[in-house]
Design a protein around this ligand. Structure first.
Ligand SMILES: [Zn+2]
Length: 324
């Protein structure tokens, strides 16, 4: 690993804090990655435990490249929850105890450097737009499909935050008003109909009805494997989820008229079986004809997208602070 000695205040930390895993990324300048660490998030242990985890991970990454906290210009955080413009985590449905936690203020106090906090999918959208699959597009929508569904909107080259930082919640577009309850409290959100957990739940319910079925929970990945092996039930579950994804994307296209849609997340690996049929649904009904043709691209930055985006977001905040 490269040594960072002598690079006073030139280093940036990007943190991707997810309900399952946390990635800590150390870069020099915009995107030269010097070091990284992946850890299991202490999601059940409350905010204090997670913050301690982050600080230890930061120190370990710095030590490995022979850098010190004083060399760090700031910390960008992409967090798996609702974050406001002040960097407070308002809620994180899959983590215990995260209600109105002023994460930016806490980390600034503990690290002594500027910190920027945003929603993880928004941060990933920014990274894909600036240095990933969406480079060169000024109007694009990023959608990540894994256990849940998230998104981010880049309009006119800028990340759209909305009035209080909540823009881009594509996963909570309602696509089936009578559908099952979503983690957000609403019913039939895209996330409740088309995400990995929705696919797993649907397959589990179908199997529970079958005689001699297994009672244990199912992972979405298994459903795709069964579908490939020719299981009709599994194929139907995927077709249904894919159709809802298409309906959600169609709403996005009709509302925002983006040049491109970038799709990432674990389920985007199932491009042929899951994404492609959704695009057919989207294109069949997105009105307006050729002039509204949208390019759809797989995300390019993989697991680093949120951490890299958080660094870009931090750098933007630092530029604004320098100017004012
Ligand atoms: Zn929802």
């Amino acid at each position: 690993m490269a040594s960072a000695r002598g690079s006073a205040r030139r280093l940036f930390l990007g943190l991707d804090v997810g309900a399952t895993k946390t990635l800590v990324l150390l870069t020099q300048g915009r995107q030269r990655v010097l070091g990284q660490q992946l850890l299991t998030t202490a999601a059940r242990d409350g905010p204090e435990a997670v913050v301690q985890q982050l600080l230890s991970a930061i120190d370990r990454v710095l030590v490995r490249v022979e850098a010190r906290r004083q060399d760090v210009a700031g910390v960008g955080v992409g967090f798996a929850g609702w974050c406001d413009l002040q960097g407070t985590v308002l809620a994180a449905p899959n983590m215990t105890g995260w209600r109105s936690v002023p994460l930016r203020a806490i980390l600034e106090e503990l690290t002594g450097v500027p910190v920027a906090v945003g929603n993880d999918a928004n941060m990933a959208a920014l990274a894909e737009a600036r240095m990933g699959a969406g480079r060169g597009f000024r109007d694009l929508v990023y959608v990540t499909v894994s256990t849940g569904i998230g998104g981010g909107i880049v309009a006119g080259g800028r990340l759209l935050m909305g009035a209080s930082g909540m823009a881009g919640e594509i996963g909570h577009l309602v696509v089936a008003p009578d559908g099952p309850r979503c983690g957000c409290g609403s019913h039939g959100c895209l996330e409740a109909m088309a995400s990995g957990s929705a696919i797993a739940r649907e397959a589990h319910q179908r199997l529970a009805l079958a005689p001699g079925s297994r009672a244990s929970p199912i992972a979405a990945q298994e459903v795709f494997e069964w579908a490939r092996a020719g299981d009709r039930g599994a194929q139907e579950v995927i077709t249904r989820a894919s159709r809802f994804l298409g309906i959600g994307l169609r709403n996005v296209v009709n509302l925002l008229n983006p040049q491109a849609i970038v799709i990432g997340g674990g389920l985007s690996q199932q491009w042929k079986e899951y994404v492609e049929p959704a695009l057919q649904v989207m294109r069949a009904a997105a009105s307006g004809g050729d002039e509204r043709e949208v390019q759809v691209l797989p995300a390019a930055l993989g697991e680093r997208s949120t951490a890299l985006g958080a660094i870009l977001w931090l750098q933007r905040v630092l530029r604004h602070t320098a100017r004012s």
